[in-house]
Design a protein around this ligand. Structure first.
Ligand code: BDR
Ligand code: CA
Length: 311
């Protein structure tokens, strides 16, 4: 199984990613880093504990305390209207006694799984950027990075042009994209197509052992459909990003260099720009990253239902 260290701002689609990982034998979660984002870092940590307990995750998986604010010297903005007050829709997680590992535990994990470790980042990029600031050389041992973020030539979700993970800390994104090798970006281009419909939710709820999944998805879908009544359901951005680790065939990828809008004031903040002009004369850039520009919905649909129900 692929060894995955997950960085997340545990809201609803992050939770769906964790549930998906739990039911998938091809993914072995070797640690979860709790970051601010959808919710505060404290909420992200208590959600992980709650989910680990609810789903009986092996109790040797470290839960690590990540970043609580961006590198931009701003206070974070949370999104209770999308993910609920604590990040789990209507659910208030019980408090469990739990060991929270220090940030530096990540160094041990990287050393332990040398050359085998895959980092999947489904929240803000602050913690990941901090690791490059502190341990640039060590980070060279990470096999691959999968990052949910960005919107390339399609509308953003927090501003007309920017996606939430990239918008919240554009400085961090720039650091990560400058120094990380073997990066796959799963942007809104692909994730907004990963729609889970109420019918799929009912099917999973009926045949799977997914506990709170239905109440989370109902909450999340209500928000999305209020914003866009033409939507058939809601997009599971983060679960899709994790799926990319084991199912690259679901995506249409192209390699491009990426620039991120660094002006914190003004309309281009956090905008992700890749050269997608037709023709190949523009592609010969210094540093390219693999970007998922499209998703094959059929493959996503079948894999998601089958993993979530075990059928
Ligand atoms: C991304 O932002 C977060 O709020 C979601 O969990 C997802 O990772 C979508 O833009
Ligand atoms: Ca997330």
């Amino acid at each position: 199984a692929k060894k995955v260290l997950l960085f997340g701002d545990i809201g609803i689609d992050d939770t769906v990613a964790l549930i998906y990982a739990h039911f998938n034998d091809e993914i072995d979660i070797v640690g979860v880093v709790a970051d601010y984002g959808n919710v505060s870092r404290e909420d992200a940590m208590s959600n992980i504990r709650y989910l680990f307990n609810l789903f009986n995750f092996p109790n040797n998986i470290p839960v690590i305390s990540g970043a609580e604010m961006p590198l931009t010297a701003e206070l974070p903005t949370y999104y209770p209207e999308i993910h609920g007050v604590h990040g789990l829709g209507p659910i208030v997680p019980d408090d469990f006694e739990f060991v929270i590992e220090n940030f530096l535990e990540i160094v041990n994990i990287i050393k332990m799984y040398k050359d085998e470790l895959i980092i999947v980042n489904i929240g803000r990029l602050t913690s990941l950027a901090t690791l490059f600031i502190l341990y640039k050389e060590l980070m060279g041992n990470v096999k691959e990075f999968y990052i949910m973020g960005g919107a390339f030539g399609v509308p953003g979700n927090v501003t007309p042009v920017a996606e939430a993970n990239f918008h919240a800390d554009p400085v961090a994104v720039k650091i990560v994209l400058s120094y990380a090798n073997n990066v796959t970006i799963i942007p809104l281009n692909a994730t907004q197509k990963a729609i889970v419909t109420p019918e799929m939710v009912d099917y999973i709820d009926h045949f799977g052992k997914t506990a709170i999944f239905k109440s989370l998805m109902n909450f999340y879908t209500e928000f999305y459909q209020e914003r866009d009544p033409t939507l058939q359901g809601s997009p599971v951005h983060d679960a899709l990003t994790l799926m990319a680790v084991i199912h690259p065939e679901m995506f249409t990828f192209n390699s491009r260099s990426i620039e991120i809008g660094q002006h914190l004031e003004g309309p281009a903040r956090g905008q992700s720009i890749a050269d997608i002009r037709p023709g190949d004369q523009f592609y010969d850039n210094e540093k390219n990253h693999r970007i998922a520009f499209d998703l094959d919905y059929e493959t996503f649909f079948h894999n998601f239902l089958s993993v979530m129900t075990g059928k």
